[in-house]
Design a binder for this molecule. Structure first.
Ligand code: SF4
Length: 68
């Protein structure tokens, strides 16, 4: 599973960072993105996959793009 954030849609609410800080981070400027260590990376850990899916489902802007 790969995950990315549609920066144009993200409203920087921080919800995904709260739910899954392993994968998402808030930068110093307040923008939110997938951590560099997970960009374009196939996430195979099932617990992490579940948290990413939870974050995507909770995103108020549906800005989290999950590719199975
Ligand atoms: S939950 Fe969605 S809108 Fe909120 S910071 Fe994360 S990607 Fe952006």
């Amino acid at each position: 599973m790969k995950v990315s954030i549609d920066k144009g849609a993200c409203i920087m609410c921080g919800s995904c960072v709260a739910i899954c800080p392993e994968v998402f981070e808030m930068k110093d400027d307040g923008s939110v993105d997938v951590k560099d260590s997970y960009k374009g990376v196939d996430i195979v850990d099932e617990n992490l996959q579940a948290k990413v899916k939870e974050a995507a489902a909770a995103c108020p802007a549906t800005a989290i793009i999950v590719e199975e």
